[in-house]
Write a protein that binds this ligand. Sequence first.
Ligand code: SF4
Length: 457
Amino acid sequence: MSIIQFNHREPIGSSTYPMPNGLVDLKRSASMLSTNPDFPTSTIYIHIPFCDQICSFCGFNKSVSSEDTKEAYVDALIEELQIYAHTPWISALNVPAVYIGGGTPNSLSADQLSRILSFLHQNFPLAKECEITCEGTPMNFTEDRIAILKHYGVKRVSAGIQTFNYDIRTEHLQMREGKEELLKYIERIASHFDNFNLDMIFNMPRQTDDIWQDDLETVLDTPVKHLTIYPLVLLEHTIFYSDFVKKGKYPAPEQDREMRLFNLSQQKLQNTSFATGRYTVRDWAHPGYYRRYIDTNAHCNHVLAFGAGAHGFLGTYTYRNVKSVKQYVDMVKNQKILPYDSQTFCSIRQIMERFMVMGLRLINLDLADFDLRFGEPWQNHFGDKVQALINSGFIELDGSRVKYTAQGYIWANNIRSYFEHNTTGAVGYSDTRGLGKTGKDHYSSWLRVKATDAETT
Ligand code: SF4
């Protein structure tokens, strides 16, 4: 009987698979866009790589940039949208969810946001009830930006809080606002958007159990309907990476403590409305407030991704756009070509693996969907692996649905990686700084975790 043991808990999981790390073939890509897609469902991701300030932990592709750079970027973004728009492939799509992420999308002006959203509505087949999400800082959801977002049908907003604790925010995260100020911003945003998410981080320096509990209790007292909680991950080329690894300012984050705080979060939230609509290991929601964007991507649908460093999946290939804003603007505006940095044209086996890697983000993946999608039983390809995970106490099958056990919740990202081919690894929707060729190289050596850490005996 196969038993699996994971040595290191993966703090975050893959947001795309397989890793786009092959050569770009623009001719083949253009030829594909002139045909119809095999299936119509696609989400849209738009990356805005600008922030007003740089937070200590953040590894996303972003920078503090001038107004001129932002304006040139928005022009280029619309050029990139234009390259795809009205191709047979795009015209045949149905888009149930759009996610504008970053960076800080609401660091753009109301006019810039308006131009992007207007172009999208006019040129892409958004579904009637399309869920459009815009990320941003709580401070930048100003009345003029809110008015534009609402005008263009943005129904969902997401704000990074990380912690309400003033000392941690100011001393360790490069953030300025205190709890009372943040709560006022949250009230204002919630008065406009019923579907509102907060991002929170645990296992940060000086964040005691009491502080984390207080953070969760504070969220529970707000009107927000969705909560995403992440463990701290040390990403290369971040301020924290330098503080932790190079300067030795803080002790290494302990995995045991991370697991303890993870379990504490589950206990704290389990009898609340957030538990009722929980749909991934890290996403908690009031009933009906799940993120359609995540759910659609988890079902192995297309992801049309735009912007510098964005990652997409167009049915037969995954791709990554160039990270540099300058290079992105040049490729799109001057050369008028798709700004791809790399691509991987997928085999059927890789798409099947993608189904598992993306799908197991959900806490109730229905494997019957695999049979429908690929026309053959999932057992033919993953029966042994699923059985090994059951034998090891990580998952159970409820009919054809995969249910994580208590241990499975803790090791969920490792379980997802278990279905990846060994040579690939986790990436985000937009590239992180310092991303290496295998994808998992962007973790520090302390927290570097590889799919090969799964030992099967
Ligand atoms: S956490 Fe958000 S606001 Fe902070 S640097 Fe990263 S993208 Fe910008």
